[in-house]
Ligand binder design. Structure first.
Ligand code: HSE
Length: 449
């Protein structure tokens, strides 16, 4: 309960790492100081900052009471700091900062999805054992309040499935490839020149960043620890404009999706490019925007859409967490809601379905010899393995090579598709490896079966 002697004493927050998000947080704190105080009912003060780059520090105006720490350990151990915000990114020293701060009895806030996806068990376990709050809203979807929605607003409902566009860089690239018919490499290098894509874009374009985020979302939605290494992940490097064009003819738009489905005894969690019907909500999410669609058993469908990156939007998520942690400190009532929405020790680990066992509809682009019998050969191999064809397009004429033959299928397992393609791709009927893109059922009617 509130200690009357300390009624007007501010809760002091310390920030480690003043990059884009850190500076966004400082701007928000300064700009909305009055509003934040009104909402909290007590003052929140910037008690300290720690930043390795002296140039960054030189450019900032800090409040007079703010201590500049040379070493993160000094801040973490300073009893005047009640809350530590880790915004350095990467695995170390971020992991040690969070663990040491919690050990010192401080609540912590982070935006570090890679760290939580890889070392979540250790970090969430430490929050539970030290009885402190751990806020990580900014780790998924930037400014979109998806984690608090799962943890609190939907705490009484069962989440059946989730699908999200959770990487803005990949979505920007796919949007431009689709609108302008450009090659992947052309859009990527232009995006890098303009600073929209990182100089090392591997995590964004190979689906790894989306895998970190879907691991966090699935852990919170389903109450099961998720082993990042077991998530099947495909990125967008191999996507060709011709497939976006064919997809459009079938009425589809391509998106890099993170997908998580609760099948009761197992979970289906994966990241890959997916064709979505052009009239679905997610297919309209373009450019750097993110969106997460979910289905609750009682709620039905829900869509959250917004800016998934950037200093100011992500800073709002950090601030929401900081204010929640600050209330816990001020009122002496921390960890009222477990960080993951489920008690740490009360979670039940469920196995992940291997990709071979998933059901989907498929887009298959064969580069086929334009000869009598080719189509019946392809249809025969698919039909023999129980795969039903939905539609077929062949475009152009063979000019000494091969022609694209595009088939869309009804629902089949991935192993049916792989078995068929192993035979087809080894035959003389095709000249290249067949392109396979899953077509996602976005009816959001859920699962548990
Ligand atoms: N690199 C991420 C993206 C933003 O491109 O969406 C931070 O999560």
């Amino acid at each position: 309960m509130l200690n009357q002697n300390e009624k007007n004493a501010p809760v002091r927050v310390g920030i480690i790492g003043l990059g884009t998000v850190g500076q966004g947080f400082l701007r928000l704190l300064l700009k909305n100081q009055g509003l934040i105080r009104e909402r909290l009912g007590f003052p929140l003060a910037l008690g300290g900052v720690c930043e390795k780059n002296p140039e960054t520090l030189k450019g900032l105006t800090l409040p007079p009471e703010c201590v500049v720490y040379r070493e993160w350990k000094e801040m973490v151990l300073d009893p005047r700091i009640s809350l530590v915000v880790e915004l350095v990114g990467g695995l170390e020293p971020a992991r040690s900062i969070l663990l040491e701060a919690m050990k010192a009895g401080k609540s912590v806030v982070t935006a570090n999805k890679a760290l939580l996806a890889r070392h979540g068990e250790e970090i969430f376990g430490a929050a539970a054992s030290h009885g402190v709050d751990l806020g990580f809203e900014a780790s998924v979807g930037g400014g979109i309040p998806i984690l608090r929605t799962l943890r609190e607003s939907l705490a009484g409902d069962r989440i059946l499935r989730l699908a999200g566009i959770i990487n803005g860089t990949a979505n920007y690239i796919l949007t431009r490839m689709s609108r302008e018919g450009l090659e992947f490499e052309t859009v990527l290098s232009e995006a890098q020149r303009h600073g929209y894509a990182e100089s090392d874009p591997t995590y964004d374009i190979d689906g790894i960043d989306s895998a970190h985020k879907i691991a966090i979302l699935a852990t919170m939605a389903f109450g099961s620890p998720v082993n990042l290494q077991e998530i099947p992940v495909e990125g967008i490097r191999q996507i060709k404009p011709i497939d976006l064009e064919f997809g459009r003819e079938f009425g589809y738009v391509l998106k890099l999706l993170g997908i998580a489905v609760d099948h009761g005894d197992s979970l289906d969690i994966r990241v890959h490019p997916s064709f979505l019907p052009e009239n679905s909500l997610l297919s309209e999410v373009d450019g750097v925007f993110n969106a997460i669609e979910l289905s609750g058993q009682a709620l039905g469908p829900l869509l959250l859409y917004g800016r998934g990156a950037g200093g100011d939007p992500t800073a709002t998520a950090v601030m929401g967490d900081v204010m929640e942690c600050a209330r816990g400190v001020f009122h002496g009532a921390r960890a009222q809601v477990p960080a993951l929405g489920f008690p740490f020790s009360g979670r039940i680990r469920r196995p992940l379905r291997p990709i071979s066992a998933i059901f989907s509809e498929y887009y298959l682009r064969f580069m086929a010899q334009d000869q009598p019998g080719t189509l019946s050969y392809l249809a025969g191999i698919l039909g023999d393995r129980g795969i039903s064809i939905e539609s077929v397009i062949q475009k152009g004429r063979d000019r000494g090579g091969s022609v694209p033959v595009v088939v869309t299928t009804h629902r089949a397992t991935e192993s049916q598709i792989r078995d068929s393609l192993a035979i087809i791709d080894a035959s003389h009927h095709v000249t290249e490896k067949t392109v396979v893109i899953r077509i996602e059922d976005v009816s959001m009617e859920g699962s548990l079966s």
